[in-house]
Ligand binder design. Structure first.
Ligand SMILES: [Zn+2]
Length: 91
């Protein structure tokens, strides 16, 4: 498969399940993906993903807010369970 650079598709404030889905394997659609975050202070932050089921590897480049979001999950794994959006609260 030809190598091509990919940018992350999730938004920094998306639910865990959407972030996890964006890191899922594009070949076999497995959600069992090991990822390793590489943070830089320029625009090169990226996450290296390895599919635990088929072995597909890919590098996904991140915006600064996306990198910050994933940094929050280095110790707390992403929860892939979809949850209802919280009710908006009038202020
Ligand atoms: Zn896979």
């Amino acid at each position: 498969m030809a190598h091509h650079d990919e940018t992350a598709a999730f938004r920094a404030h998306d639910q865990d399940c959407l972030v996890a889905a964006s890191l899922a394997c594009p070949v076999c659609l497995s959600g069992h993906v090991e990822w390793h975050l590489s943070l830089t202070d320029d625009y090169e932050s990226h996450v290296d993903c390895v599919c635990a089921d088929c072995g597909h590897t890919r590098t996904v480049f991140l915006g600064q807010m996306q990198a910050l979001r994933l940094a929050l999950h280095v110790r707390r794994p992403l929860d892939p369970t979809p949850r209802p959006e919280p009710e908006p609260v009038g202020l």
